[in-house]
Design a protein around this ligand. Structure first.
Ligand code: 5AD
Length: 328
């Protein structure tokens, strides 16, 4: 276990980065093995009621064509993904009240008939909704805390409440979800100290999955003039999470690939063991612009092999199981 001071020192010192990444890779190999879990990501609605300062889907962005995939089509796309061999489907959207408890439960129960694991990533919901989604068969839920610096959180998320987000994460754990969280790296005014707090927060709460990605500036947001986050720093935060949380699932995030052409492969060699290829129908893909140049390389269905080949080329295999925590 590292102290906060040690984490800060590691994040600030760039002379031993390669050793850090190598250690994270060894910890990953020893604890979750060489299998890479592919999760098929369906971005089913880019409609969002929030106004997060960094996000291109923010309600106040008028330069975005909004879409909502009809429930029957979501089910159909999930079926296609299952037929392609995906063992997990991730349903992600903005915070969109159109998809009520009832509508979501219908989608969930239909998708669960496909014999695959199901992850939701649809923002904050009340306890009753989360309970209903769990009862309908949902296995996992992703909700990044984004930053544990409460002041920064408040400034970046107008109208949102840090404690509400925490409660939502605790509710997910209480309800028996495999719970994922994570943070952005390189937000304006974010300190190295607060990144150390983020890492310790993940460890203390023993989350099952942690997604780390660099902040990428979006031209249609209040942070349009802010510099992008740093790829190496994001990788270091991720590597530290792996070293501290040996058996969890860690995705090589798409944002990593946006900042570096080999970003996800490098992440897979620095602690990550999950990739979430986008299986959303291509007519919607360009419209889900959380940040610009969201990588699509190797993600279109026909290109699934490119990703698999890359994974094989670094001595890893593509998992054929559900990839729950602790199932090596
Ligand atoms: N750059 C990088 N990641 C972003 N996200 C939202 N906006 C951005 C951005 N501009 C991330 C958030 C959210 C996830 C779905 O996308 O961390 O939780």
């Amino acid at each position: 276990m590292f102290t906060k001071k040690e984490i800060i020192d590691i994040l600030k010192d760039n002379t031993q980065n390669e050793q850090l990444f190598e250690l994270a890779d060894i910890v990953r190999h020893n604890n979750v093995g060489d299998e890479v879990h592919l999760r098929g990501l369906i971005e089913f609605s880019n409609t969002c009621k929030c106004t997060c300062h960094y996000c291109g889907l923010r309600a106040k962005n008028k330069n975005i064509e909004r879409y909502r995939i009809p429930p029957d089509d979501i089910i159909k796309y999930a079926k296609n993904a299952a037929e392609l061999g995906f063992k997990t489907i991730v349903l992600q959207s903005g915070e969109d009240n159109f998809y009520t408890r009832k509508i979501m439960c219908k989608i969930i129960s239909e998708i669960k008939k496909l014999n695959i694991a199901l992850t939701l990533s649809i923002g904050e919901r009340n306890f009753e909704d989360l309970k209903a989604f769990k009862d309908a068969g949902t296995d996992r839920y992703l909700l990044r805390i984004e930053t544990t610096d409460e002041n920064l959180y408040k400034n970046l998320h107008p109208g949102m409440d840090f404690n509400n987000r925490l409660n939502c994460l605790y509710n997910l754990q209480k309800l028996g979800y495999e719970t994922g969280s994570g943070c952005l790296v390189g937000l304006p005014n974010q300190t190295i100290e607060s990144l150390a707090d983020d890492i310790l927060f993940f460890k203390e709460n023993n989350f099952d999955m942690i997604g780390i990605g660099p902040f990428i500036s979006h031209p249609d947001t209040p942070l349009k003039d802010a510099p992008n986050g740093n790829f190496t720093l994001s990788l270091k935060v991720m590597a530290l999470v792996r070293i501290l949380m040996k058996d969890i699932n860690i995705p090589a995030t798409t944002a990593m690939e946006t900042l570096h052409p080999q970003g996800r492969i490098i992440a897979l060699q620095s602690g990550a063991n999950v990739v979430m290829p986008n299986v959303t129908a291509s007519k919607y893909q360009n419209k889900y612009e959380i940040y610009p140049n969201k990588s699509h390389s190797g993600e279109k269905n026909k290109c699934a092999n490119c990703l698999e080949n890359k994974i094989l080329s670094i001595g890893r295999t593509v998992s054929n199981n559900y990839g729950f925590r602790n199932t090596v």
